[in-house]
Design a protein around this ligand. Structure first.
Ligand SMILES: [Mg+2]
Length: 229
């Protein structure tokens, strides 16, 4: 079995971490100027453009709107924010017992990879606090590298190449019904939603994990139903 994992709000509580990062900068996540900056960045980007998620772009526009942009100010803001997010997710990672869970998954999966809609810089900044020596995962593909976001098939196809896997071997785990679950099923993967950190209004059909810690049991159940898994 090959495991494709979403990172944000599946393995780690990213939404909480982003809010913590903003407050460390002294900006409430609901700050009007910040939200305006973000909306303006997103409005300029084509739909599904991976860098439209980049806080670096939002911070530049935020500083421009406040009449305070300078390269020094911007890089300081990015550094404070990314350090706060990284330390928040690192603490959560250990508090949640994720290293132990990854060991359990390693016993069941031939390959474990991250398939994630974000910029590479943002994900590396988080992962340096989770798996700095890259011992827990076999590969990662970000939407920035693929040029498209989940549920676009191209990012999943790239993940298949990196894993040297056939679609019927894959189990995708994520928190987003459309990007993670529908996208994966359209590729012929198995998929399971995890609602540990975010619970969508409408649950998709099929299995749902309330906590990611339930994943090893879910895999054992799939294995007992299907010999090739
Ligand atoms: Mg996610």
């Amino acid at each position: 079995m090959i495991l494709f994992l979403d990172l944000d709000d599946t393995l780690i509580p990213s939404t909480q971490a982003y809010d913590h990062g903003m407050r460390t900068l002294g900006i409430e996540p609901s700050d009007e100027t910040y939200l305006r900056a973000r909306a303006q960045v997103k409005a300029l980007c084509p739909p599904g453009y991976p860098a439209s998620r980049s806080r670096r772009l939002y911070f530049k526009r935020y500083l421009e709107l406040a009449g305070q942009f300078s390269p020094l100010r911007h890089s300081e803001m990015v550094e404070v924010y990314e350090n706060a997010v990284s330390s928040f997710v690192s603490k959560a990672w250990h508090d949640l017992g994720r290293p132990r869970l990854l060991k359990e998954l390693r016993l069941r999966a031939r390959k474990i990879g991250l398939v994630t809609n974000e910029t590479l810089a943002a994900q590396v900044s988080k992962l340096r606090g989770l798996d700095p020596d890259w011992k827990l995962f076999d590969f990662m593909i970000t939407s920035e590298e693929a040029g498209v976001e989940k549920p676009h098939p191209r990012i999943f196809e790239r993940a298949l190449e990196l894993a040297a896997a056939h679609p019927t071997e894959v189990l995708m785990v994520g928190d987003n019904p459309k990007m993670d679950i529908e996208g994966a099923r359209a590729m012929g993967f198995k998929a399971v939603l995890c609602t540990e950190f975010l619970r969508p209004k409408d649950l998709p059909p099929g299995p749902v994990l309330g906590k990611l810690d339930e994943l090893p049991n879910h895999i054992d159940q799939l294995n007992s139903e299907r010999s090739e898994f």
